[in-house]
Design a protein around this ligand. Structure first.
Ligand SMILES: *[C@@H]1O[C@H](CO)[C@@H](O)[C@H](O)[C@H]1NC(C)=O
Ligand SMILES: *[C@@H]1O[C@H](CO)[C@@H](O)[C@H](O)[C@H]1NC(C)=O
Ligand SMILES: *[C@@H]1O[C@H](CO)[C@@H](O)[C@H](O)[C@H]1NC(C)=O
Ligand SMILES: *[C@@H]1O[C@H](CO)[C@@H](O)[C@H](O)[C@H]1NC(C)=O
Length: 229
């Protein structure tokens, strides 16, 4: 019962015991994502550097096709700045710990999870989907910091193409790890979704059904050209 909160308690200890502990805006340029070896779908392009690392807390949505299988219709998530936790003892289990808090009951909201992490955590922005701007059908992942950490910068968003996809190394219950390539907007040239926890739909369904399920993930943002702050 207490184990699931241990990382959050450790975090609280860190923040209380260390007056200089920074909670947002840490430089993560030397951090490397822990990508599985023996695959080439997800690779950080040479010369690109990570600028933000976010914990995504939200839902994955699906509708059931006429074939009786769920199709993704997008996700909605808050993106919390966890750059300052990179390299700390709690970083590796962050998505699991956050998910366990989030999934402890249906009534627990994204805001509750942010509160559990600590009130000083900063929401960088939002993750959602828009109609694919190139094909006009299907949806494209969007990351948007304009209403949060980059207010006033009209280009602080990115609509991305999925350019790499591997099953989560942690198992089929977790949504895939992805490489996304920025197509419109200045927020990032690449975004990686890694360290996913949950978010998958059941294998079969009744055509027309809607399914929405909680998930957490880390999102790594590379080489944006938005206004720095
Ligand atoms: C990525 O950003 C870094 C730091 O701003 C810069 O030195 C590098 O040239 C950029 N790389 C690419 C491929 O744009
Ligand atoms: C989330 O909670 C639901 C309801 O208690 C449970 O059925 C499900 O297995 C949990 N998900 C994970 C991935 O633990
Ligand atoms: C994104 O995909 C569209 C086609 O769906 C393509 O026209 C566009 O060039 C792609 N952008 C990048 C940056 O890969
Ligand atoms: C996803 O599902 C949630 C309910 O869990 C809903 O609030 C949200 O509007 C849905 N978003 C999309 C794009 O379907």
């Amino acid at each position: 019962m207490f184990a699931k909160f241990s990382s959050v308690l450790l975090l609280a200890t860190l923040t209380l015991a260390t007056p200089v502990f920074k909670i947002t805006g840490c430089n993560v340029q030397t951090e490397k994502p822990n990508l599985p070896s023996g695959q080439t779908m997800l690779t950080v392009p040479s010369g690109e550097v990570v600028e933000n690392i976010a914990l995504g807390v939200g839902v994955q949505n699906y509708t059931c096709s006429s074939a009786g299988t769920f199709t993704s219709v997008g996700a909605v998530a808050e993106l919390i700045d966890v750059s300052c936790l990179a390299g700390s003892p709690i970083f590796g289990s962050l998505t699991t710990d956050a998910f366990e808090i989030f999934n402890a009951s249906n009534a627990i909201t994204v805001t509750d999870v942010i509160d559990a992490l600590g009130s000083s955590f900063v929401v960088l922005g939002q993750h959602y989907f828009v109609t694919n701007p190139f094909t006009g059908s299907g949806v494209s992942p969007t990351f948007d910091f304009r209403a949060a950490s980059k207010k006033g910068d009209p280009n602080a968003f990115v609509i991305a193409n999925k350019t790499g996809d591997i099953p989560a190394p942690t198992g089929s219950q977790d949504v895939d790890w992805l490489e996304l390539t920025g197509a419109i907007g200045d927020l990032a040239k690449h975004v990686f979704r890694i360290d996913t926890k949950a978010g998958q739909a059941p294998l079969s369904c009744t055509p027309g059904a809607f399914f929405s399920t909680k998930y957490t993930a880390q999102y790594w943002f590379y080489n944006g050209t938005t206004t720095k702050h």
